[in-house]
Design a protein. Structure first.
Length: 369
């Protein structure tokens, strides 16, 4: 196989931030065989191989990537009904989607087919292959809720295997793939969806959306439309002309803490005058008795303003959790702003925010450094 290797390729146009330097080499992999061969090519030359999907959740160093970038461009969706022991279907339909499929196109397809399970994840940029890595979630759903298996290639052996959910070690915005990024490359993901199922309305902001309060149970299409409207209001959709469009969405994850730590943060907020009563701080139950806090709320109460600018980068005018590139900037500038935001929250609430995007060629220092 002759690989379509290109040299000295700018990576900024391949990311939603539009930041980052060049790739020493780049291969566009339109099928799994090309992807695996690209891994062999890099290994034979002693080069690191970076897998790049939609570029919507990465921060790439200004110096770029001194190795091979494999850009995933595979396509394909396969739907199949799962039969029960009787002659009738149990209502489950599996969808196997190639890693290079655009995520929102897949979500739109499932909603159009009346398949519940992904509707609240509408409007999220990126490709299917990235979803299990980050355990992508929003508005009360995450992909771990519906993933039945993940097809991967082992980088070391180049063997293709299928992983069950337990092997993926899914957690809040986390997975085994994230902790050991050089072990596997995702080739496809299989989801188990509910034919004719009701939409998920766990998230209060979505459930109370005016468009869903018409007195009748909402359809999947109505929930998808409501989610897209909420994301658009927060500039969390990539829309031409929107000054907030160059971002990775939420730059920080919502902290998951012990109940006692959440109480301490609330007490600190009261003592600082950020709120009048402890119960005014937003908090939600998480697994194992933990509590999820709002990173956006902490950021704003730490004195960071929406629309705040630092030269060519800034805080979104629509959502304090999104950091944006306004054009003509650098990754170094964005990270400096991110550290300012992180340190402001740490200094005021003794809470350390962690970045959500994958850092490529850049370090993320602890607070105070």
């Amino acid at each position: 196989m002759t690989l379509p290797v290109r040299d000295d390729v700018p990576l900024a146009p391949l990311t939603t931030l539009e930041l980052g330097g060049n790739a020493r080499h780049l291969v566009e992999a339109a099928d799994d065989d090309t992807l695996v061969e690209a891994l062999r090519w890099a290994e034979a030359r002693g080069l690191p191989a970076l897998i790049l999907g939609g570029g919507s959740n990465v921060v790439i160093a200004d110096r770029g990537w001194d190795g091979l970038v494999v850009r995933v461009a595979t396509r394909g969706r396969r739907f199949a009904a799962t039969s029960a022991t009787s002659a009738t279907s149990d209502g489950t339909v599996t969808l196997t989607a190639a890693a290079g499929e655009p995520w929102d196109d897949v979500v739109a397809d499932t909603v159009a087919r009346g398949l519940a399970g992904l509707e609240c994840l509408s409007g999220i940029p990126g490709l299917v292959g990235a979803t299990p890595i980050q355990n992508v979630g929003a508005y009360g759903q995450e992909v771990a809720d519906t993933i039945r298996s993940v097809t991967v290639v082992e980088r070391a052996s180049k063997r293709i295997v299928e992983l069950a959910p337990a092997a993926c070690a899914f957690a809040y915005r986390d997975s085994a793939f994230k902790h050991d990024p050089d072990r596997f490359v995702v080739l496809a993901v299989t989801f188990a969806l509910r034919a004719g199922g009701a939409p998920t309305l766990r998230y209060r902001e979505l459930a109370e959306s005016k468009s869903l309060n018409g007195g009748t149970p909402p359809t999947l299409a109505q929930v998808r439309a409501a989610v897209l409207a909420l994301r658009r209001k927060k500039s969390m959709l990539i829309v031409d002309g929107d000054p907030n469009r160059r971002s990775v969405g939420s730059f920080f994850t919502n902290p998951i803490v012990a109940a006692a730590e959440a109480d301490a943060v609330a007490a600190r907020a009261v003592a600082l005058g950020a709120i009048a009563r402890a119960d005014e701080m937003p908090r939600w139950p998480a697994s194992g008795g933990a509590i999820k806090l709002s990173a956006g709320w902490l950021i704003e109460r730490a004195g960071v303003r929406k629309g705040q600018r630092r030269g060519a980068v800034g805080v979104s005018t629509a959502h304090a959790l999104a950091l944006v590139h306004l054009g003509g900037g650098s990754t170094a500038e964005l990270l400096e702003l991110a550290r300012e935001v992180r340190d402001a929250v740490h200094g005021r609430f003794a809470m350390t925010l962690l970045p959500e995007p994958t850092m490529i060629g850049v370090a993320w220092p602890p607070p105070g450094i």
